[in-house]
Design a protein around this ligand. Structure first.
Ligand SMILES: Nc1ncnc2c1ncn2[C@@H]1O[C@H](COP(=O)(O)OP(=O)(O)OP(=O)(O)O)[C@@H](O)[C@H]1O
Ligand SMILES: [Mg+2]
Length: 259
């Protein structure tokens, strides 16, 4: 891609929306906790007093509605699609909120998936938001490419975990962002450690990660390290992520507030 070319793909915003910062949550690999990190950042950002929306851009594997216990379908007006509100007032759009049954499989090819994500930007009545967090599917396929090219991203947060090939995962996402001139706002390491329930000591279940080294090499900020916590898994399963009690990503919020 040539310098400046990225802008030519940018979609016009919906005239009814005023969206401040759009932040993508990405990883070069699946299952590292992108959706959980997206949800936590959104909850904490809202607690910081900001108006927040979540775009679930994972069309074939949507998991945001479940984490927030959303089961009602989104509705629409003649002006567009109205996002669902969570119990604390976050705005959410996801294919699961449009298709009806949460176990309906989405068997669509890349261009259609990309088209849906574009509509999530152009046809959804987000209204006034300070932050829109975009939960991306894993990897570097059609949908991440569409989000990178079509939405005015303020930057991305890369999620990784210590048991993975951290270096490769981070570099892949970093290189994709670099090639499209999207700022990388920082790294979040998920499942970083387990806090001993008795003494509070941090147990490195997957050994020491080399995240510090990678962050230094690429000159990236580490925004936070999230523990592996059964309570978090339970909140996700029960659709109660808004009840979370966590300080591990407070630093991430301070950084994102300054973007
Ligand atoms: N730190 C954690 N502590 C406890 N459970 C976790 C943690 N991180 C993730 N999980 C659990 O692991 C599962 C996978 O996490 P999540 O859906 O966020 O991953 P993902 O990267 O979005 O996956 P995908 O690539 O499929 O979109 C979730 O059901 C969540 O409950
Ligand atoms: Mg996910």
């Amino acid at each position: 891609m040539k310098t400046g070319e990225q802008n030519s793909f940018l979609l016009e915003p919906n005239e009814n929306n005023r969206i401040g910062k759009v932040i993508g949550i990405v990883s070069g690999k699946g299952g590292v906790g992108k959706s959980l990190v997206t949800s936590i950042l959104s909850v904490l950002m809202q607690r910081a007093g900001k108006k927040v929306g979540i775009m679930d851009a994972d069309i074939t594997g949507p998991s945001i509605p479940k984490m927030f216990g959303l089961t009602e379908n989104a509705t629409s007006s003649e002006l567009g699609i109205i996002p669902q509100k969570t119990s604390t007032g976050l705005s959410v759009i996801s294919i699961n909120l449009l298709l009806g049954k949460e176990d309906s499989p989405v068997i669509w090819r890349g261009p259609i998936l990309s088209g849906v994500v574009k509509q999530f930007w152009t046809d959804v009545l987000w209204g006034d938001l300070d932050f829109l967090f975009v939960d991306l599917p894993p990897g570097t396929g059609d949908v991440p490419l569409t989000v990178f090219q079509s939405l005015p991203l303020a930057g991305i947060v890369i999620v990784t975990s210590p048991q993975e090939l951290v270096q490769m995962i981070v570099r892949k996402a970093y290189n994709m962002a670099q090639s499209m001139q999207i700022p990388v706002l920082g790294l979040v390491e998920n499942m970083s450690y387990l806090a001993c329930p008795d003494c509070g000591k941090q147990i490195k279940v997957f050994g020491e990660s080399n995240l510090d080294q990678v962050a230094k090499e690429l000159d990236l900020k580490i925004l936070g390290r999230l523990p592996l916590d059964p309570a978090l898994a339970q909140l996700c399963d029960q659709g109660e992520i808004e009840n979370l009690d966590l300080t591990a990503l407070d630093g991430a919020i301070s950084t994102l507030l300054k973007v």
